[in-house]
Ligand binder design. Structure first.
Ligand code: UDX
Length: 437
């Protein structure tokens, strides 16, 4: 199929390369000329495993191209996917101006019947707004446009896998033509047996927010249980293992630690709360999920203070800066938030991250970025494991202990083994587990 993708950020670019890999002819467009030039040269503007490989394949096969001109992506496209940013307003509500502008461009430049897909996470009700745009901007051809909600569920760091081996494909539409076109778009995946869920548009839009809020709820629940475990001398790992063995609860997304961050959960949770109140429903649970997440960061800060007493003049080394392993994304990263809190309290902050150092440095220039983990830890009074990068598992504990000013480790992801840490001579502060001073 001929496909246009408006917005080549994380979701948009992954959509471009995976749809090209499924055999479609894809043209991606973005207002950022630098990004388009980079993509045309086969380079991804962010770190995401597998993207550059598929990008190269797509460009080489001729099935994938990029342009600064929206018209070139839209004209002749049977399907146009809108994957532009929806950043939060100060109120928490999603800013949908980029979505509106993308729809206007589609109304102007589409040349035939066209399915217009909301790929960005948008509040329920957006599809009716888009339909109204087509009716106003192009009244004679309004019937050519069919709006569809097709939210993505991809995780950063596993975005290609999540797109090509999805748990489910969700399509919300109001016409058989739109459903049929979307089945054609995802035919190679449907044929492989990946489930397709078809709903009305409002349900599809709402489902995306409901999923993300529920996932954040699971993590916050585990973190609240961790706070209780710390007070009851219980072990959060043991408690969540019991919870996870109940098939109704499930074992994933129950890892306690510094809490969740990233480009989706914080933004989506706020937007969902704003949407709920706009619809006249007060949903305080959503606010609690965020509050418990903030508390998880405070709990780690309290442990650092407990270990170091005064923070002024102390050097704290952060291992990991991205909001989770497998990505260079530092948006709403708990590690970055912790760095800011430590700096405000007068500590020096050194840090190492295999991929996210540059992004973190541009957000918080005061962080002393080290070339490797050992360099970050040398002379530090406390180490804080913030991101569970696999490479931290093979750190030489004896070497670290010798080079640090104080042998103190605060484990923000319950990453290390307590027995090993004690044997190596560290004071060890995990989350929701017994502290060994
Ligand atoms: C998330 C959703 O998973 C995805 O479906 C949606 O489309 C976009 O948002 P992502 O932001 O890439 O994806 O991150 P995810 O892997 O879900 O992790 C979110 C945050 O939760 C990370 O900060 C992670 O470290 C944290 N987390 C996750 C925990 O603290 N504990 C857990 O048990 C799981």
């Amino acid at each position: 199929m001929r496909v246009g993708v408006i917005g080549t950020g994380h979701v948009g670019l992954v959509t471009c390369v995976t749809l090209a890999a499924l055999g479609h002819d894809v043209v991606g467009t973005d207002q950022d000329a630098e990004k388009i030039a980079l993509l045309g040269a086969g380079r991804a503007p962010f770190y995401e495993p597998g993207v550059e490989e598929l990008l190269a394949e797509g460009l080489e096969s001729g099935r994938l191209s990029f342009t600064e001109q929206p018209a070139e992506a839209i004209a002749g496209a049977e399907v146009v996917l809108i994957s532009v940013g929806t950043p939060p307003h100060a109120s928490g509500e999603a800013n949908l101006i980029a979505v509106e502008n993308a729809a206007r461009a589609v109304a102007r430049h589409a040349t035939g019947e066209c399915v217009v897909v909301e790929k960005s996470t948008v509040p329920t009700g957006t599809a009716s707004r888009l339909t109204a745009i087509f009716e106003r901007e192009n009244p004679d051809r309004a019937r050519d446009f069919a709006v569809v909600a097709n939210p993505e569920f991809l995780r950063e760091g596993r975005a290609i896998e999540d797109s090509l081996r999805p748990d489910r494909i969700l399509v919300g539409a109001h016409s058989e033509r739109a459903f049929a076109e979307m089945r054609r778009l995802y035919e190679p995946l449907i044929e492989q047996g990946f489930p397709l869920i078809e709903t009305d548009i409002a349900s599809a839009e709402l489902a995306k927010h409901a999923c993300n809020a529920f996932l954040a709820l699971k993590i916050s629940y585990a973190n609240a249980v961790a706070r209780l475990c710390e007070r009851a001398d219980a072990d959060v790992g043991a408690v969540t293992a019991v919870m996870g063995s109940d098939a109704r609860i499930g074992p994933v997304f129950l890892e306690a630690g510094l809490g969740w961050g990233g480009s989706c959960f914080p933004k989506d949770l706020l937007a969902f709360d704003r949407l709920a109140s706009r619809l006249g429903y007060d949903f305080p649970l959503l606010r609690e999920i965020g509050r418990i997440n903030d508390e998880a960061l405070e709990a780690a800060l309290d442990k650092i203070k407990d270990a170091l007493w005064n923070l002024e003049g102390k050097r704290v080394a952060l291992l990991g800066l991205s909001f989770k392993a497998g990505t260079d994304d530092t948006r709403f990263s708990p590690a970055v938030a912790l760095a800011k809190r430590l700096l405000d309290a007068g500590a020096e902050v050194a840090a190492y991250d295999p991929h996210a150092a540059a992004n973190a440095k541009s957000e918080v220039p005061e962080i002393d970025i080290a070339a490797g983990p050992y360099e970050a830890l040398a002379g530090a009074h406390c180490a804080v494991l913030c991101t569970a990068w696999p490479e931290f598992a093979s750190l030489d504990l004896a070497r670290i202990k010798d080079s640090m000013a104080y042998a103190i480790v605060v484990d923000g992801r319950n990453f290390f083994d307590a027995t090993e840490m004690l044997a190596a001579g560290f004071s060890y502060y995990p989350a929701g587990r017994r502290i060994h001073r």
